[in-house]
Design a protein around this ligand. Structure first.
Ligand SMILES: [Zn+2]
Length: 131
């Protein structure tokens, strides 16, 4: 999720290919033109944080919504710029900037995604809305 806020949407796609489609890290690395070690490191880090069945279920239900999250840190001529506070961000750690300065934005997205996930899992009692 944080990856999407700093423009690294491919990490979400890579995670889905690994956890849901069961592709190997080397195949995924070929698709996104990154090293298979970074794919393996990234997917293992995420999968160590949450239970796999839950992660797989979440990705199946909310994958598109994750990819629709707009980046708030973008590359510009002068380097990396945060669109929220208009400051130049060190290109090495844009995720740290977002995590430290814009916790509220992360929380907002997390809350929205969790609610979506719960409603799509049928865990909201009395939710009859079709979609
Ligand atoms: Zn900022």
């Amino acid at each position: 999720m944080l990856s999407c806020l700093v423009g690294e949407h491919f990490k979400v796609e890579a995670l889905k290919l690994y956890a849901v489609e069961n592709l190997s890290p080397s195949i995924i690395a070929d698709i996104f033109k990154v090293s298979k070690f970074s794919v393996r490191g990234y997917t293992q880090r995420i999968m160590a944080m949450c239970k796999t069945p839950l992660l797989v279920s979440f990705l199946e239900k909310c994958y598109r919504d994750l990819l629709e999250i707009d980046s708030i840190v973008v590359r510009s001529s002068g380097g990396w710029v945060c669109l929220v506070c208009k400051t130049i961000v060190a290109k090495t750690r844009p995720d740290v900037h977002v995590r430290v300065k814009h916790r509220d934005i992360i929380d907002k997205h997390v809350e929205k995604l969790v609610n979506l996930f719960l409603s799509r899992s049928g865990r909201n009692s009395g939710n009859q809305k079709a979609f």
